[in-house]
Design a protein. Structure first.
Length: 251
């Protein structure tokens, strides 16, 4: 299993996950042309991808969806509750409504229903052979019902959006600060660190911190918060960046 982030942040999000011959995209918050270029640079071809999974319908996660479905027949997986927001952006007929558990070829996918101000927003637990990845961004909290299912995975890509002090002392207007810190907003560094402290296990090799705010966070603060909770564990903590692709992470 391999994962590579193509973009991560408030301006656009997209990742690719390779599980043997099964190739998945998660979100298309970058332009179609940018996606094609990034795939070609990684010696990948869009036509070889089996599916695009959408986490939620905010623009920074679906920006390139219209062009992608106009120019390809890629299968798009959404929750039924997303359809009204997305129907004007879906130009091919390969649209599938996700169940809470489903398969794409030999890959098992389980939904994590997230708490965000977008209809039917989700994260994913993706399992291929004996390897598993948790993919969670854009949520105010993680429902305790999912925490047991999320334990001891090989890779965690998880939101570490803001430093609480920077947010509250920063330039955002009050209503926006309240949105970010609400149960339907975003995870702070501190909250993410607490979750990870209880989630990681012996199998965990990588933690990728994603969706960092440009105005209310720094890479050092996000990494420091998490590493302080994961000290003495042999886990590599990485940052997913807005303008820079990650290398392939493999387990």
């Amino acid at each position: 299993m391999k994962i590579k982030t193509l973009a991560s942040g408030s301006k656009g999000n997209a990742s690719i996950i390779l599980c043997g011959k099964t190739k998945l995209l998660i979100d298309i918050g970058i332009s179609y042309l940018s996606l094609k270029r990034k795939l070609e640079e990684s010696k990948l071809c869009l036509e070889d991808f089996d599916a695009l999974l959408i986490t939620h319908t905010h623009a920074d996660h679906i920006k390139g969806l219209s062009s992608l479905t106009k120019h390809s027949n890629i299968c798009v997986y959404i929750k039924e509750g997303m359809y009204e927001d997305l129907k004007d952006k879906l130009y091919n007929d390969n649209i599938y409504y996700m169940e809470d558990e489903f398969m794409i070829r030999d890959v098992s996918i389980e939904l994590i229903h997230t708490s965000h101000d977008a209809p039917s927003s989700v994260g994913y637990i993706i399992t291929y052979q004996n390897k598993s990845l948790v993919y969670v961004t854009d949520t105010g909290y993680i429902n305790r019902n999912y925490l047991t299912k999320m334990k001891a995975k090989d890779i965690y890509l998880i939101e570490s959006n803001h430093d609480e002090k920077m947010l509250m002392e920063g330039p955002y207007p009050y209503y926006l600060k309240q949105r970010v810190i609400s149960d339907r907003g975003h995870l702070s560094n501190k909250t993410t660190a607490k979750y990870l402290e209880n989630l990681v296990g012996e199998n965990t090799k990588y933690v990728i911190l994603a969706h960092l705010s440009e105005k209310n966070n720094t890479e050092d603060l996000a990494k420091e918060a998490v590493c302080s909770k994961l000290e003495n564990k042999n886990i590599e903590v990485l940052i997913a960046r807005q303008e820079e692709e990650s290398p392939f992470i493999e387990v």
